[in-house]
Design a protein around this ligand. Structure first.
Ligand code: 1Q0
Length: 213
């Protein structure tokens, strides 16, 4: 219980700020820490999200294995990872085969979720007090991630979203202070999330990696 009370999304969102270097590189350690915090938060919302959590944890694990593996130096930043994997033909570009778990395709899956998060937080920020988080979440999902998911995943995700609490209760769970304080903090954090998203999108676009199987 004490653990849950200490947990605050402020620090999680801060990871998406600290993952950015002055040169515009993305430090994978902080980027992945941001995801770990988000997953922890999602788990606190109920077991209905465990199928999402399982997939996300699996993807984080793939990345952590690279970060402690023999090529760990190549996985310090997103940019060095893309360069290394592309130069060494470690990415399945057309269909999944021996490099099915490349860092590039794994991060692409998370990157697409970041777009959903951006849209969802924007909606959460401006919605009225009595708004249904499930509706905001579903709208953001349909406008971003849904087109990348199979029919069955879309159905399961949409059903899970119904379990989300009201906006007020959601802000309480976020533990970012009063609703007004939380809204203000989201306002500070969102530009960093956007920057991380834009840098990744551009890097992937340059290397033609946005549709990795
Ligand atoms: C609180 C609601 C959480 C909603 C999370 C939205 C994402 C829905 C994703 C549904 C994924 C279903 C499971 C399987 C999907 C895979 O097929 C798919 C593709 O991978 P692959 O290997 O089959 O090609 N995987 C994914 O798309 C990645 C899914 C990762 C989900 C990571 C979720 C992290 C947690 C987010 C909670 C955010 C709470 C917002 C709070 C705001 C805080 C400021």
């Amino acid at each position: 219980m004490a653990e849950t009370q200490r947990f605050s999304l402020t620090e999680v969102l801060d990871s998406f700020r600290t993952c950015l270097t002055d040169q515009g590189d993305i430090l994978l350690e902080h980027y992945l820490n941001g995801w770990k915090g988000l997953i922890k938060f999602m788990n606190s919302l109920g077991s209905v999200f465990s199928f999402i959590s399982k997939d996300a944890v699996g993807k984080i694990q793939i990345m952590e294995n690279y970060r402690i593996g023999e090529s760990s130096q190549q996985y310090l930043t997103l940019q060095s990872m893309v360069k290394y994997e592309m130069e060494n033909k470690l990415v399945d570009l057309v269909q999944r085969s021996e490099n099915w778990d490349s860092g590039c395709r794994t991060i692409l899956r998370l990157h697409r979720v970041l777009r959903w998060l951006q849209l969802f937080l924007e909606k959460l920020q401006i919605a009225s007090e009595d708004s249904k988080t499930s509706v905001l979440c579903t709208e953001a999902y349909n406008d971003s991630l849904a087109c990348h998911h199979t029919w069955i995943v879309r159905k399961a995700a949409t059903v899970a979203f119904y379990a989300l609490p009201t906006r007020v209760a959601f802000f309480e769970a976020m533990n970012m202070g009063t609703t007004e304080e939380a809204v203000a903090k989201l306002g500070v954090a969102l530009p960093f999330l956007s920057k991380v998203f834009d840098i990744t999108e551009e890097l992937y676009r340059q290397h033609n990696l946005l549709d990795l199987p």
